[in-house]
Design a protein. Structure first.
Ligand code: CA
Length: 235
């Protein structure tokens, strides 16, 4: 079982299944976790939900074009700093300028070589270290100091194991959002096929216990949504 998985998560928004498979296979071989969306609407939903460290975004998508997806990513407070690498079949300089104008960080014209793509992704991630690695997260009376790796509830220090820490960190990034066990596995553990969904329940239980301690007066901040998953929420 792989815990404390710090591999960057790359979201691939691409409607051609063959290219999507090729990209995720090669990104995973290069040490990334990947998530895939086949159109712009699904891509935007996953940007909000999974908080990827980088988005590879195709220009020509069914429905919402990549350029609109990029513009929308830049409008969202929690996603606006996420690096976006646009892919396009268009080679015109004017399109490149348009792409960069709406906030794409880099641009590759199809067909491109995989080493080139991987080099661009590495460069983008060097420029923008994952957002999740710094700062302070808060919800209700829970505070997480990411630099110090310290968690408090109502001002009192809480000790968490590395997996519970990452789980709470992930919840704190999207309070109120319900995540399925599969989504939690992908985001907190990485898409490791040897980890069972049941493992999530075990760590949720530990996290709950650590947050609530034996003080029955503290409300439970982790909500179990039947048949759906878990969320961080106030009663
Ligand atoms: Ca396409």
């Amino acid at each position: 079982m792989r815990v404390n998985d710090n591999r960057p998560l790359v979201l691939i928004v691409e409607d051609e299944p063959a290219l999507q498979t090729l990209l995720s296979y090669n990104l995973e071989a290069d040490g990334y976790r990947t998530a895939e969306a086949g159109d712009g609407v699904e891509g935007l939903a996953l940007v909000s939900k999974l908080k990827p460290d980088l988005v590879v975004l195709d220009w020509m998508l069914p429905g919402m074009p990549g350029i609109d997806v990029c513009r929308e990513i830049r409008r969202r407070p929690q996603a606006k700093d996420t690096p976006v690498l646009m892919l396009t079949a268009r080679a015109e300089e004017a399109d490149k300028v348009r792409g960069l104008n709406v906030g794409a960080d880099d641009y590759l014209t199809k067909p491109f070589s995989l080493p080139e793509l991987l080099a661009r992704i590495r460069a983008l991630l060097r420029r923008a270290p994952p957002q999740s690695q710094k700062g302070m997260l808060e919800f209700a009376d829970v505070a997480m100091d990411l630099a110090e790796r310290r968690v408090t509830r109502a001002g009192k220090g809480i000790h968490l194991g590395p997996t519970e820490f990452r789980l709470l960190q992930f919840f704190l990034q999207s309070p109120g959002t319900v995540f399925s066990r599969e989504e939690l596995l992908l985001s907190v553990w990485g898409a490791d096929i040897h980890v069972e969904a049941r493992t999530v329940d075990v760590h949720i239980r530990r996290l709950r216990l650590a947050l609530n301690g034996d003080a029955e007066a503290l409300p439970d901040l982790i909500r179990t949504v039947r048949a759906a998953g878990y969320s961080l929420a106030q009663e």
